[in-house]
Design a protein around this ligand. Structure first.
Ligand code: SAM
Length: 267
């Protein structure tokens, strides 16, 4: 994207985490500052590109699992810029009556979402900040029937929210509030980055400190805590490529995973 295309209020010179991720996925919706920061990360963590693709492949398998299990309402929180294999495409491939609500706080993400996705059936775009879960729930109640099971997808978003945040609720509080609002039979799907290379991580953290959101990396045990109130479905919290692999070829080398992913069901 040409930085002239930045909407009012969007600074194209500050690397943006949604657009850096778009660059990892070979997308075109990014500015020079996003590409430069993403290239710095790729130098430190060349596996980031494959990991982003593994994360998307996990999303597809998890969404298929949800819809095949009977879920018909999916909230994709921190949905990111539209890419290949968007949540509604996967869900509607199994059951076209599945309602998909995309939520992101980023105005560029929401504008692209509206332009590309919003004329589809059963798709809604909501601009909201997860760090205000009460306001988020008010906005969601217009589109989600909380008396019926709902799945919250929180892929590659929680590592942008610290345990305690001066900008609103912390990561655990947000997930807990969404769990409380959900009926039994609802789901939480998440993926989360880890400190995969302690020697290199500090430099990567510095790069994200200068971007629109800093990174809060967590351990396996800390990520597992997000599933309090849920039962992890098999195979538990694992590398994305190990979560119910299908017959698609592996995306990268064995060592590409720089995060964990899992699916929990509220009993
Ligand atoms: C790395 S992208 C992940 C996109 C997609 N979920 C995936 O895993 O493929 C992270 C997204 O989370 C969004 N995000 C970060 N913090 C957020 C917050 N507090 N509220 C809503 N969205 C947020 C960013 O704008 C970005 O689009």
């Amino acid at each position: 994207m040409d930085s002239q295309a930045a909407p009012d209020g969007v600074d194209p010179n500050v690397p943006n985490v949604a657009r850096m991720y778009d660059y990892y996925l070979d997308g075109k919706d990014n500015f020079a500052a996003d590409r430069a920061a993403a290239e710095q990360i790729l130098k430190l963590f060349p596996e980031t590109r494959d990991s982003a693709r593994e994360n998307r492949a996990f999303l597809s398998r998890a969404v298929r699992h949800l819809v095949e299990s009977g879920v018909r309402q999916i909230v994709d929180l921190g949905s990111g810029l539209p890419t290949q294999g968007n949540t509604h495409e996967v869900a509607h491939g199994v059951a076209p009556d599945t309602r998909v609500i995309y939520v992101d706080y980023d105005p560029v993400v929401c504008a692209h979402g509206r332009a590309l996705l919003a004329d589809g059936e059963n798709i809604t775009i909501v601009q909201a900040d997860a760090r205000d879960p009460e306001k988020l729930l008010v906005a969601l109640r217009e589109h989600v029937d909380f008396d019926r099971p709902v799945a919250f997808l929180m892929l590659a978003i929680l590592h942008f929210i610290p345990d305690e945040s001066s900008d609103g609720a912390g990561a655990y509080e947000i997930v807990q509030r969404l769990c409380e609002a959900s009926t039994p039979g609802s789901y939480l799907v998440l993926s989360h980055a880890i400190d995969a290379k302690p020697d290199t991580t500090p430099e990567a953290l510095e790069i994200y400190n200068r971007a629109t959101a800093a990174l809060s990396l967590r351990t396996h045990a800390e990520i597992t805590r997000f599933f309090d109130g849920y039962e992890l479905v098999e195979p538990g919290l694992v590398f994305p490529k190990d979560w119910r692999p299908d017959d698609q070829p592996l995306i990268g080398a064995e060592s590409t995973s720089i995060g964990y992913s899992g699916v929990g069901r509220k009993p």
